[in-house]
Write a protein that binds this ligand. Structure first.
Ligand code: HEC
Ligand code: HEC
Length: 305
């Protein structure tokens, strides 16, 4: 065997050891293995009865839900402004107009019946620290009717941003897209208005921190630091990836989760499509360049020989 071949063999062996020996190990440390998300919420029980949306419209009022939640599409206003609500409950109870379109119906029923159990937060809340939304003591029929009602009023097409706002926006800011936990950041006419808004935001965030024990991070750049797949799996089951976390399982459907991920991609990685499109041209450039180099080499050697 000649010298060059031996050197090549050694290099290949070393690169092989580095790649197959170290890379999978590093990967398993940085991204511990977990089951991929299925969005079936198999640990939860299906509803034993079928619901009736018309009866649900009454049941949702009779069971006190609208004492905390607005349903703006049905002209049911919020009982309190977001900052006062966060002072009472730790967080602003979400508006229920769109919930039936983004939360899995089985999850929804289980959440209403026993919120801490469905949200996987029994390690954080209990008798000593009660969860702000009380468990439901009505009948299974009432519960099924409420779920049917929420599904019936929910619009079919929501934008990615709307899904994010309803599913995540009460806890997470997205500064790069002017989203705050109080809603869209308004345009201010003067400094007093701006200072007033900042004060409200600070109060809300303080209440949120006292409620959850930690401030939920701004998600503007999380698509870059965690990646879409992590966020998808994390939303389906936060405990699986961050054991003991205070972030609730919110029970989004698979489609709603995909929409949240595309929203975060849009905010944090707007150049992605451009970059992918550019890749094709770069490869084409290499192909043409290689052909030219080969032809040139052939020509030179033809002259030498
Ligand atoms: C005492 C106030 C209160 C009452 C009464 C109440 N909720 Fe809530 N609800 C909350 C709060 C606060 C949250 C937000 C909790 C969080 O995100 O940490 C919430 C969250 C929710 C969610 C979001 C679930 C998710 O997947 O993120 C739904 C749906 C909901 N409530 C439905 C209902 C229904 C239906 C009723 C009536 C049976 C009801 N709530 C009664 C306070 C209340
Ligand atoms: C009731 C409040 C609440 C809601 C609603 C909520 N989160 Fe969170 N989230 C948190 C908290 C609190 C943390 C910090 C967790 C920790 O550090 O343990 C967190 C952390 C995160 C993280 C960081 C995880 C990591 O690896 O550090 C991501 C990503 C995230 N949330 C995404 C979402 C998305 C997407 C939604 C909507 C589908 C959502 N969250 C809804 C409270 C919430």
């Amino acid at each position: 065997m000649n010298k060059e071949l031996k050197i090549l063999a050694i290099i290949v062996a070393l690169v092989g050891i580095t790649y197959w020996g170290i890379e999978p190990y590093a990967h398993s440390v940085m991204h511990p293995h977990h089951e991929p998300a299925t969005f079936k919420y198999e640990d939860l029980k299906p509803l034993p009865v079928k619901g009736n949306a018309q009866r649900g419209a009454q049941a949702i009022v009779n069971n006190g839900c609208t004492g905390c939640h607005s349903i703006k599409s049905q002209n049911i206003p919020a009982p309190m402004d977001p900052v006062s609500a966060s002072a009472s409950y730790g967080v602003n109870p979400p508006d229920l107009s769109n919930i039936g379109a983004i939360v899995d119906p089985k999850f929804l029923a289980n959440f209403i019946k026993n919120p801490t159990h469905a949200a996987l937060l029994e390690h954080k809340f209990g008798d000593s620290k009660p969860y702000p939304m009380p468990a439901f003591y009505g009948s299974d029929q009432d519960l099924a009717d409420i779920v049917a009602y929420l599904v019936s009023i929910a619009p079919k097409n929501l934008s990615d941003r709307e899904v994010f706002a309803d599913g995540c926006g009460r806890c997470h800011n997205v500064r790069y897209d002017k989203w705050t936990v109080l809603g869209d950041r308004p345009k201010f006419k003067n400094k007093v208005e701006e200072a007033d808004f900042e004060l409200k935001l600070a109060k809300y965030e303080e209440n949120l921190k006292n409620y959850l024990g930690t401030t939920p991070p701004d998600l503007s750049m999380y698509i870059r630091s965690r990646g879409g797949e992590y966020i998808r799996d994390f939303v389906e089951n936060p405990q699986k990836l961050l054991h003991g976390t205070a972030m609730p399982r919110v029970g989004l459907t698979e489609q709603a989760t995909e929409q949240v991920v595309s929203y975060l991609e849009y905010v944090g990685d707007r150049k992605k499509e451009k970059r992918n499109a550019l890749g094709v041209w770069v490869l084409l450039y290499f192909v043409i360049f290689s052909i030219l180099a080969y032809l040139w080499k052939k020509k030179i050697w033809a002259e030498v020989l």
